[in-house]
Ligand binder design. Structure first.
Ligand code: NI
Length: 193
């Protein structure tokens, strides 16, 4: 397994609509494993393939799906840990209802937290690493993590949710920071994904 470089805005691959995976083969399984390794190392709670430079509909999260449900538990201490991993290929949301609001961070959008409103309950259909179709329900914060990752597959990131002025200022700040090298100690309030 390998830790892959994470692409950050405004890299153009993050704006592309990712292509469906035609066949879940050894290459895809290796990518899933490298993506999980990269997510845990970051650390993050979710990662989509475009974030590692692969424009395909593949994502991993460090939130679990158990018996067809991914439900946020009280004091979920293992969130983000290696014991939690969900791998999705060609995921599709087939049901969505309710509303919830969370502050979201993203590994591709450093030092930025954005308040986002999303569905509070979703049903997802996807292929697993064996190419088998499965579906599950996700609730609350877990539903948010999956929706955030699926946005990446459609070329959307948190910067698209900023006003044009805020986006311009943020990208300018990021460019300046890159020119000056690392040194910022600002971190997002929530784990990035
Ligand atoms: Ni993200």
């Amino acid at each position: 397994m390998a830790i892959l470089p994470i692409y950050e805005v405004p890299h153009p691959i993050l704006k592309q609509v990712a292509a469906p995976v035609a066949r879940v083969d050894e290459r895809v399984v290796r990518l899933l494993e490298d993506m999980a390794e990269t997510m845990y190392a970051a650390p993050g709670i979710g990662l989509a393939a475009p974030q590692v430079g692969v424009s395909e509909r593949i994502l991993v999260t460090a939130v679990p799906v158990r018996e067809g449900v991914s439900r946020e538990e009280e004091a979920d201490e293992e969130l983000g840990s290696r014991s939690y991993l969900t791998e999705l290929v060609n995921p599709v949301i087939t049901e969505a209802d309710g509303l919830c609001v969370f502050d979201e961070g993203c590994l591709s959008v450093p030092d930025m937290v954005v308040e986002v409103e999303r569905a509070s309950r979703i049903v997802i259909e996807a292929l697993d690493r064996h190419g088998q179709l499965f579906s599950f329900e996700a609730h609350g914060f877990y539903a948010v993590v999956f929706q955030h990752e699926m946005d990446h597959l459609d070329g959307r990131t948190l910067v698209d949710r900023l006003s044009p002025l805020k986006r311009r200022m943020y990208l300018k700040k990021l460019k300046k920071r890159r020119r000056n090298g690392p040194g910022s100690d600002e971190r997002p309030a929530v784990a990035g994904s």
